[in-house]
Write a protein that binds this ligand. Structure first.
Ligand code: CO
Length: 458
């Protein structure tokens, strides 16, 4: 019996525990070892890594990817893509989506995990199609959530839809760590009966259920599970790679992982973790188990973001109220799964509702766009009264929102001009305009300093 393991330390663990502050220099020295461990794949890009590289770490995210690829030559590299939102929070036109996917694959990505926050698959079609055309592995992901309108039959139907779309594998993405072992067993058994593509389970340790859930998922025939090397595991991150390997091996499963190499990888990351604890980036709050998530369904990344936002406002003491407001906002929005960008949209609106002391006194532009249908179809019924207050006479659209967007790549390329050195720069600019421009300026300045220095030396 065989089960494969994806390592998330470079992406999801990094994002869930330390707000994606690990720089390339922090992990460069261990990449070759990671390549030797026998992982199914290394999740290393997408989601917040791109944003954080440009915004906080002064790194070119594309260059990071190429540098990782240069050291991880044998194991597949994996990224997380938010469908039509790419790695940001709004919808991009199809030409931009195609360009981004194509460049991501040509810069080193092998497996493209693609999801839509609302499981509205009209929003992942183009990215899936382009992944296949560019020679990548297209993994369609289903966001898992619990609500009065989500049930097993729905999820199996979604898996079937993904298979019909032509994906290479199917991922169940439990970003909040709320899937219990029996639910995993039932869902994966049902999917295995219905679809023939490999099934991947992604969960977090947030509620403490993660490791047991993975074990039962594997018993039901799950093909791949996502884990994090133990120094960066647990809490809002993934269950530990070594522990899952250990337990599964006892039960007769082959993971293909080399224990001595895992030990070296973990020994490398222990002091890295210590640094982030010392600098206060790694908060003890995200390390333990918190069963509140079974009630609030708040994913790890969202929880650490809420904490840092409230801290900045000197309002950390209001976290319990915000956590109580989140499910109410979610109900008003027709039970979207709490995954990026919905987790941020719901989190920010809930925070505003609490801090202003009156619900929806101020409504964010994102909630307005959501009610207009710009994110796709809400899974359930939205609060019609609230929609009316927010939109007034404006009508919501029901078609695929990206169909209303004009092509954007050529226009952006012209706009940014010579500050962009290549198409990858243009894509960074399209996705994070002011931050990318600032990054390009600083890169120019750095280059000028280097030239001056060289001339002086000569
Ligand atoms: Co995750």
């Amino acid at each position: 019996m065989r089960v494969k393991i994806t390592e998330t330390v470079l992406r999801d663990a990094n994002q869930s525990l330390i707000a994606t502050r690990m720089s390339f220099n922090d992990f460069e020295a261990i990449l070759e070892k990671i390549d030797q461990a026998g992982y199914h794949s290394i999740e290393c890009w997408g989601g917040a890594t791109f944003d954080s590289c440009l915004r906080y770490l002064n790194e070119d995210p594309w260059e990071r990817l190429r540098k990782i690829k240069a050291k991880i030559k044998h194991t597949k590299l994996q990224m997380l893509l938010r469908g039509q939102n790419l790695i940001a929070y709004k919808h991009y036109p199809d030409d931009v989506v195609r360009k981004f996917v194509d460049h991501a694959i040509h810069n080193g990505i092998d497996i493209m995990r693609i999801f839509d926050a609302l499981n509205d698959f009209r929003n992942i079609e183009v990215a899936v199609d382009q992944t296949l055309k560019s020679g990548g592995h297209a993994q369609g992901a289903i966001c898992y959530t619990i609500s009065p309108i989500h049930n097993l039959a729905n999820y199996v139907k979604l898996a079937k839809q993904l298979e019909e779309m032509g994906v290479d594998s199917i991922c169940i993405k439990d970003m909040s760590g709320i899937m219990g072992p029996q639910e995993a067993y039932d869902m994966i058994s049902a999917m295995k009966d219905t679809v023939s593509k490999p099934i991947v389970l992604h969960t977090h340790s947030t509620t403490g259920l993660g490791p047991i859930t993975y074990f039962k998922a594997v018993e039901a025939g799950c093909d791949v599970i996502d884990c994090a090397i133990s120094a960066f595991s647990g809490g809002t991150s993934q269950p530990a790679t070594e522990s899952l390997h250990y337990a599964l091996k006892q039960a007769g499963y082959e993971t293909g992982l080399k224990e001595d190499v895992l030990k070296e990888i973990n020994d490398f990351f222990k002091p890295v973790k210590e640094q982030f604890i010392a600098s206060g980036v790694l908060d003890h709050y995200v390390l333990g188990s918190d069963t509140d998530a079974l009630v609030y369904q708040v994913p790890g990344g969202m929880l650490s973001n809420l904490i840092s936002q409230l801290k900045q406002n000197n309002s950390l003491h209001r976290l319990p109220e915000v956590l109580q407001e989140i499910p109410l906002v979610r109900k008003d929005l027709g039970y979207p799964p709490l995954v990026t960008p919905m987790s941020q949209i719901v989190g920010a609106q809930a925070t505003t509702n609490v801090l202003l002391g009156q619900r929806y006194q101020s409504v964010s532009n994102e909630v307005r766009s959501y009610f207009k249908g710009e994110y796709g179809k809400a899974p359930g019924e939205v609060n019609a009264e609230l929609v009316k207050t927010v939109l007034g006479d404006e009508k919501a659209i029901t078609s695929r929102f990206a169909d209303t967007l004009a092509p954007g790549f050529a226009k952006a390329k012209e706009e940014i001009g010579s500050a962009a050195k290549n198409d990858e720069d243009v894509l960074s600019y399209i996705i994070f305009p002011p931050i990318a421009e600032k990054f390009f300026r600083e890169r120019e300045e750095m280059a000028a300093v280097k030239v001056n220095y060289t001339i002086k030396k000569l």
